[in-house]
Design a protein around this ligand. Sequence first.
Ligand code: KIV
Ligand code: ZN
Length: 514
Amino acid sequence: MADKLIIFDTTLRDGEQSPGASMTRDEKLRIARQLERLKVDVIEAGFAASSNGDFECIKAIADAVRGSSICSLARANDRDIARAAEALKNAERARIHIFLATSALHMEKKLRMTPDQVYEQAQQAVRFARNLAADIEFSPEDGYRSDVDFLCRVLEAVIQAGATTINVPDTVGYAIPELYGDFIRTLRERIPNSDKAIWSVHCHNDLGMAVANSLAGVKIGGARQVECTINGLGERAGNCSLEEVVMAVKTRQDYFGLELGIDTRHILATSRLVSQTTGFVVQPNKAVVGANAFAHTSGIHQDGVLKARDTYEIMRAEDVGWSANKIVLGKLSGRNAFKQRLQELNVHMESESEINSAFARFKELADRKNEIFDEDIVALINEESIAHVRDAYSFVSLSQHSETGERPQASIVFTANGQEVRSSSEGNGPVDASLKAIEAHVKSGAEMVLYSVNAISGSTESQGEVTVRLQNNGRIVNGVGADPDIVVASAKAYLSALNKLQSKVDRVVAQGWP
Ligand code: KIV
Ligand code: ZN
């Protein structure tokens, strides 16, 4: 086979570490199925030992997903590794990913271990894991800031112990492309058994260079696996973005000369699903998946593109899932047309009854909005699937009054555990009044740390997509709501965030958490 670049997606593990991005089991399963459709080679589904909830998510994904290898993270100890193996036991292909910090700073201050202890523990963990799985990845956490001689010693030993992939994380996003590429190359050149493992890059985006560093690790360093997340999701400034790294390698095949297994036509739908599930909005000018990524507004560019697309377009929008046909359906459109549009958008629904309920929601929306764009359909489907899993609070209706010089008022009807609730309030604006009306009944006491509105399809006729981030008792959650009326979208987003706050999360943030 031609030289292949393995795409390792860690949206469900490293991506989930973003504030408020934690996902339920059903949400993770839905994203995993979408990643399978995208044909990612490896899905890192979570960190089995971190919580019972994460264990169950990994298990559900390992049971259901077939096309991709399923991976669990584990610290370098027998308990974590056994737990990972247990969660993965029904996977078609299972990988255990062991990490242990190797930088002087992390060993001394965080682990309180000597280099010799780390050296011993790393080997012993890999040896133990090899009895439970054939595919073992080892990551020296904070590897890029580690002493190169020590790192060579540890990595040689873990390859000897049976590690099949060696991943070199730039945990804190400190690297510079050329230096990171050279670092990987040096390790591969100096370690005598380096050819017995696949080399992998894992870059964080603190200096905005995660994609550039990863590509340098591939081109200069000879890495053949990239670890990345959809939309670059991840704590702080995020991880290397899957869509950017994949489209760079594909578009510049002439330079990289590498094969990819990814079906890029599913990129946009995956990006939308992750954004709507986590509440992390994609900025309009984001490469590949941002609303403006293929929009030409300057007259010169438009003229050029009409004469010959490649004057200003280096990728085809259709190749990443954008549709050329923007206005799709209206209230006279039937179920078949709707179903066909879902197929063209690469939106997968599990059953006919799911299609029926999505079609009913589509009809409701079409009654209120003349033109239904692709973006509206994707938002509606995602909202529908997310709503299924959290039903403590659910929106029913809202009325509000605002007039210049008057204090706005809102009255809202919603259900709380199946009971209808009516509540009213005034506020600084109609959104504020509506959310205060909800809070007057729920009394969550949560603090709002983010509120953002985004026009789904770019005009005032568009649906507004609202993200609300709430913080309460040390937990942060994001809620998302979409509606042509942004006050309603805001109320839906607020209720969705309250639902998330209600759901139990039992993750243990343990010593050594990356
Ligand atoms: O950033 C990091 O170091 C990690 C490792 C666990 C791979 O996420
Ligand atoms: Zn990471």
